[in-house]
Design a protein around this ligand. Structure first.
Ligand code: PEP
Ligand code: MN
Length: 445
């Protein structure tokens, strides 16, 4: 028994919200046994490196850009989708780095974002009631009894899909695709199509001139060729996360090797719940979502549980208050956390507090509300002297029509054209760039 064995399973004694009711416990055990010896998807040293980067975010020296699908799906694992998501994040990062003049820590909601917490356990359509869709790791989105029945074998498919995705992400980011001299190439299919593409192109030309100048001076830092890109997802299905947790051969600590960073969702952050207990056992950087109902004392207690050593970079809070509440809900939390002496990273998720249903039944979000919430986030941190540390967004590189607004405006009546998400509405590439330009402006002040 290693020093970590008793700690490792401590979360199992706590109540775990939002776990699937698997119909077949033997099949579940067999999949988990298999996963417990599967090759780790990330190296513990990379998690440590991201913790160092997040410490810079907490200190006010860097900005986090975290984005990707609300829910990845097995059928969407393709080179095109992965490249387009990556490209969108890289373009946003370039805008933020150049226009905002700040180093950007890039983290995808990618390679593991397959599990969804839900407000309702069942869904009724035309008098038929079935279990709700909980993400491809659990069941299928189709509204049939067969598809909605949880199947533990899906956890293995989640691992395989994550491994394939992360492999390609690593190939793109280390193989030259993400090098800064590609800033124009990422935009080629896009520039003629939109105002945000044109705006980006102008910025890319400035970057080119700066690169040419550096080259003429004989400088070519390695940082221009490779991109550090990290993977994250919500640590929701604890059996899966625990099966991928490994003792690090370097020092004996536990790491959840399913992703570099894990977050705890708004619905599973109970102080005495299993998700917080699980996260407290692993060394990965951890984030917690905070909605408008959270009390400052709960936030302080989360710090005690998840960051007892007050280590900058270990803990981030992702606030998702809603545009109408951000300016009231955020200041008391930030003030109390600052007064406690903890140095956390504050990140704004302007999406989950701003979801609404259109009269025709589409779940959507407006870019105006998101920008308003980001504005409240910046105002709050500026007035309290704390660092607005980053944004957390749901986006895709495809030209979907799921959120309304933006420079090339998507109207409510256009939502049916390409509404493809299996869960929450995502920003398309233009809307993502619009948001990045705005955030860069706010960051610069
Ligand atoms: C999500 O990030 O997709 C999500 C469900 O967020 P939250 O926990 O903040 O509601
Ligand atoms: Mn979501």
């Amino acid at each position: 028994m290693t020093k970590n064995e008793p700690v490792r399973d401590s979360w199992r004694a706590k109540p775990a919200a939002q776990q699937p009711s698997w119909p077949d416990s033997e099949a579940l055990t067999s999949v988990l046994t298999d996963l417990s010896t599967a090759v780790p998807l990330v190296f513990a040293g990379e998690c440590d490196q991201l913790r160092t980067r997040m410490a810079a975010v907490a200190r006010g020296e860097a900005f986090l850009l975290q984005g990707g699908d609300c829910a990845e799906s097995f059928t969407a694992v393709s080179a095109d989708n992965i490249r387009n998501t990556l490209k969108t994040i890289l373009q946003m990062a370039v805008v933020l780095t150049y226009a905002g003049s700040v180093p950007v820590v890039k983290v995808g909601r990618i390679g593991g974002q397959y599990s969804k917490p839900r407000s309702q356990g069942t869904e009724t359509r035309d008098g038929v009631t079935l279990p709700v869709y909980r993400g491809d790791s659990v069941n299928g989105p189709d509204f049939t009894a067969a598809s909605r029945t949880p199947d533990p074998k899906r956890l293995r498919r989640m691992y395989n899909a994550s491994a394939a995705t992360l492999n390609l992400v690593r190939a793109f980011t280390a193989g030259g695709y993400a090098a800064l001299d590609q800033v124009h190439a990422w935009n080629q299919d896009f520039v003629a199509l939109s105002a945000s593409g044109e705006r980006y192109e102008r910025l890319a030309r400035e970057i080119d001139r700066a690169l040419a100048f550096m080259k003429a001076c004989g400088a070519h830092p390695d940082a221009l060729d490779d991109v550090e890109f990290y993977a994250s997802h919500e640590a929701l299905i604890l059996d899966y996360e625990a099966a991928l947790t490994r003792v690090d051969s370097r020092g004996g600590d536990l790491y959840d090797t399913s992703a570099h960073m894990l977050w705890i969702g708004e619905r599973t952050r109970q102080l005495e719940g299993a998700h917080v207990a699980f996260a407290s056992t692993v060394r990965n950087p951890i984030a917690v979502k905070l909605g408008p109902g959270v009390a400052a004392d709960e936030v302080l207690a989360l710090i005690d549980k998840l960051d007892p050593d007050r280590e900058p970079g270990r803990l981030s809070f992702i606030t998702r208050m809603g545009a109408d509440k951000a300016r009231d809900a955020l200041p008391p939390l930030v003030e109390k956390v600052t007064a406690s002496g903890a140095q956390v990273a504050w990140i704004c998720d302007p999406m989950h507090g701003n979801t609404f249903k259109t009269p025709s039944g589409y779940k959507t979000r407006s870019l105006d509300a998101m920008m308003d919430e980001v504005g409240g986030f910046f105002e709050t941190h500026r007035s309290l002297g704390t660092h607005p540390g980053g944004i957390h967004v749901e986006l895709t590189g495809s030209d979907v029509t799921e959120c309304v607004g933006g420079g090339d405006e998507v109207h409510v009546d256009q939502l049916p054209l390409r509404y493809e998400t299996v869960c929450d509405p995502r920003l398309n590439r233009r809307q993502s760039l619009d948001l990045a330009f705005l955030v860069a402006e706010m960051y610069r002040g």
